[in-house]
Design a protein around this ligand. Structure first.
Ligand code: ADP
Ligand code: MG
Length: 245
C-alpha cells in the first residue's frame, strides 16, 4: 500500500502553471527521485506536499490522512519531515545542541532560542548523531563543520521527529561528488533501516541512477515519465527534455 498518494495537484503563480495536474504514488520504504530541468515545478511540488502552498486542484493522502491544505506544522506532526536547501542549523551551537533543540521542539518544550541544558534528551540526540555518523563531532560548533557534515546534522534534525516520509529538495547541492555519494548512501541506509520513504530532487543523474529506487520526471509543471532507471533513461520524452533530441 502506498504511504503517499498525490492525485492531480496543481499550483499557479499568476498565469504560470508551476505544477499542473501531477499524480504519483510513493510506497513505504522507497527512495523516489523527482527529476526535471530548472523551473519544472519540483520545489513547488515539495512546498505543496509540506503544506507551504495549498493545492489548487486535487488531493494528497499521507498514511490514510487527507493532508491537502493542512498547515505545515500539522503535516510535520503526522510524520512528514523535510530538509532545507539553505542550512537550517544554528551555527553557534554545537552539533549535539542542534539535535537537542529539535527534540525539544518535537516535545513542544522549546520556548526560546537559548541553549538546551546539557542533559536534555542527550541519549536520544547522541543516538541520532550515531545514526548519521556525527557522534564523534557532537561537541563541535556547527559553524566550523565541513559542508557535508552540516548536511548530516540536518538529517539528524529531520530524523528527530521520526518521519515516515522525508522530503529532500536538492540535498546534495554544492557538494563534491564524493560527499554527494556519501550523503545519498547514508540516506539509502536510513530508508532501509527505518522503512522510511524519501522523495528527493537531485541534479546529478549519476547519483539518481545509483541510489533511487524509482524516478518521476516533471517538465513545465507536468509529469512526463515515471519508472526505474532503465525506463527513464530510454524514455523519449525525457530525452527530449534533457537532450533536446
Ligand atoms: P524547480 O524547483 O523545478 O526548479 P520551481 O518549482 O521552483 O521549479 O518553479 C516552477 C515555476 O514556478 C517556475 O516557472 C518558477 O519561476 C515559478 N515559481 C516558483 N515559485 C514561485 C513564486 N514564489 N512566485 C512566482 N513564481 C514562482
Ligand atoms: Mg527547485
Amino acid at each position: 500500500m502506498s504511504l503517499l498518494t498525490v492525485n492531480n495537484i496543481s499550483k499557479s503563480f499568476g498565469g504560470n502553471k508551476a505544477v499542473n495536474g501531477v499524480s504519483f504514488d510513493l510506497p513505504a520504504g522507497q527512495l523516489l527521485a523527482l527529476l526535471g530541468p530548472n523551473g519544472a515545478g519540483k520545489s513547488t511540488c515539495f512546498n505543496i506536499l509540506n503544506g507551504q502552498y495549498r493545492p489548487e486542484t486535487g488531493s494528497i493522502t499521507f498514511d490514510g490522512h487527507d493532508i491537502s491544505g493542512m498547515k505545515p506544522r500539522d503535516i510535520w506532526r503526522l510524520g512528514v519531515g523535510r530538509t532545507f536547501q539553505i542550512s537550517a542549523t544554528f551555527s553557534s551551537m554545537t552539533v549535539l545542541e542542534n539535535v537537542q533543540m529539535a527534540l525539544l521542539s518535537r516535545e513542544r518544550k522549546l520556548f526560546g532560542l537559548w541553549k538546551p541544558a546539557p542533559s536534555y534528551f542527550r541519549e536520544e540526540a547522541m543516538d541520532l548523531l550515531e545514526q548519521v555518523g556525527m557522534a564523534a563531532q557532537a561537541e563541535r560548533a556547527c559553524g566550523v563543520l565541513a559542508y557535508g557534515d552540516v548536511k548530516r546534522v540536518e538529517l539528524a534534525v529531520a530524523l528527530s521527529n521520526k518521519p515516515r516520509l522525508l522530503l529532500m529538495d536538492e540535498p546534495t547541492a554544492g557538494m563534491a561528488p564524493k560527499e554527494r555519494n556519501a550523503l545519498m548512501a547514508l540516506t539509502k541506509k536510513l530508508v532501509l533501516e527505518k522503512n522510511m520513504s524519501v522523495l528527493f530532487t537531485e541534479h546529478s543523474m549519476d547519483v539518481v541512477f545509483a541510489f533511487a529506487d524509482r524516478m518521476i520526471v516533471l517538465a513545465r509543471g507536468q509529469l512526463i515519465a515515471e519508472g526505474d532507471g532503465e525506463t527513464i533513461r530510454n524514455h523519449p520524452k525525457v530525452q527530449e527534455v534533457y537532450f533536446g533530441s
